[in-house]
Design a protein around this ligand. Structure first.
Ligand SMILES: NC(=O)c1ccc[n+]([C@@H]2O[C@H](COP(=O)([O-])OP(=O)(O)OC[C@H]3O[C@@H](n4cnc5c(N)ncnc54)[C@H](OP(=O)(O)O)[C@@H]3O)[C@@H](O)[C@H]2O)c1
Length: 313
């Protein structure tokens, strides 16, 4: 089968299309024929070696953590899914080695769920990492019906998922995004969207002071610093970019840093919400597997609206 492999950390030319051995389903695993793979900023960070100290890895490795596809074989004890079923997964195994930029991969049952019936493979592959991230963050911050939530970076992959998921959890949601993305973020359900242009340590223009129970950060840096005044006293903040941002120290345990975990039961919830029409995805661009380098170059620009996906045909 074909797979993108990284033989040495480097730039986008480190992504090489190779012919590799077909995977075999081990105990409790399935072989999935991958039809589409989501692209996330973490993928190019891994290829460039930025996270090599944080994640065990084995060179050459196949990058990619998101997939949608069909079951083609079942290993011993793997019985939840039948051959031919359409599944999706956030396939972050303990070691960066056998990822989703491949025509097939072996996947443990605990990572898999039936993909939304109403989603295409491309749409389903765009969902796992960003929806699990945002669901786990919103729950860590205690979002509940009536919570007022501010999402920083509301037009990106995680932020666009967060706006919708916070609504599903019953919250009132506002977003921070550049002017060109305001209509997009409002279309996802945000009651108001604020431009990060002009943000200062005193605040983000228009956002106001102490209005939010939860600030969810998908951006970090100056935007996170500027959002400090938006949180009400006693509120919670949650970040996926920064463990200990300056200016937020006084929150103590009310500041949460989350690194997304695989979670098949949460993927079941996400599929249900998708099929109920309460959650959608926006595909900014799709590329064939052989053009993974172009997909990473686009993601690295940091301007993605929604998601980028690789397709295997
Ligand atoms: N800890 C975890 O588990 C975890 C999980 C997922 C992602 N992450 C990290 O979280 C970050 C976001 O991931 P992502 O997938 O959402 O990225 P993404 O889709 O690439 O985000 C791009 C979006 O960010 C917007 N943006 C850029 N600068 C902004 C600013 N200053 N304020 C508000 N919006 C801004 C861009 O809009 P404009 O074009 O309008 O600027 C664009 O729509 C990445 O660093 C990623 O590695 C961490």
């Amino acid at each position: 089968m074909k797979a993108i492999q990284v033989h040495a950390f480097g730039g986008n030319d480190a992504l090489v299309l190779d012919e590799v051995e077909n995977p075999v389903a081990g105990e409790g695993e399935y072989v999935v024929r991958i039809r589409a793979a989501g692209v996330n900023p973490v993928d190019w960070k891994i290829v460039r070696g930025y996270l090599s100290k944080g994640f065990p890895h084995a060179l050459p490795f196949v990058p990619g953590w998101d997939l949608a596809g069909e079951i083609v074989a079942r290993g011993h004890g793997a019985r939840r899914f039948a051959v031919g079923e359409r599944v999706y997964a956030y396939l972050r195994r303990p070691s960066v080695e056998k990822g989703t930029y491949a025509e097939m991969q072996a996947v443990p049952e605990a990572y898999l769920a039936r993909m939304p019936a109403k989603a295409s493979f491309e749409e389903a592959a765009s969902l796992p990492l960003v929806t699990l991230t945002s669901l786990q963050c919103l729950r860590a911050a205690g979002v509940k019906p009536g919570s007022r939530v501010l999402v920083l970076g509301a037009s990106g992959g995680t932020g666009s998922a967060a706006v919708q998921l916070a609504k599903i959890l019953g919250a009132e949601v506002e977003g921070v995004a550049s002017a060109k993305n305001h209509a997009f973020v409002q279309g996802l359900g945000a009651a108001a969207v604020w431009d990060y242009a002009g943000a200062t340590p005193e605040g983000i223009p228009g956002v106001g002071v102490g209005r939010f129970d939860v600030v969810y950060d998908c951006i970090g840096g100056d935007t996170l610093r500027a959002a400090r005044t938006a949180l009400r006293e006693g509120g919670h903040a949650v970040s996926i970019t920064t463990r200990t941002p300056p200016g937020w120290e006084d929150l103590g345990e009310r500041f949460h840093y989350v690194f997304v975990e695989p979670h098949s039961a949460q993927l079941d919830e996400i599929a249900r919400w998708y099929d109920e029409g309460r959650l959608t995805t926006h595909l900014d661009a799709t590329f064939p597997l052989a053009q993974a380098a172009e997909a990473h170059a686009l993601s690295e620009k940091g301007r993605t609206r929604g998601k980028i996906v690789l397709t295997m045909g």
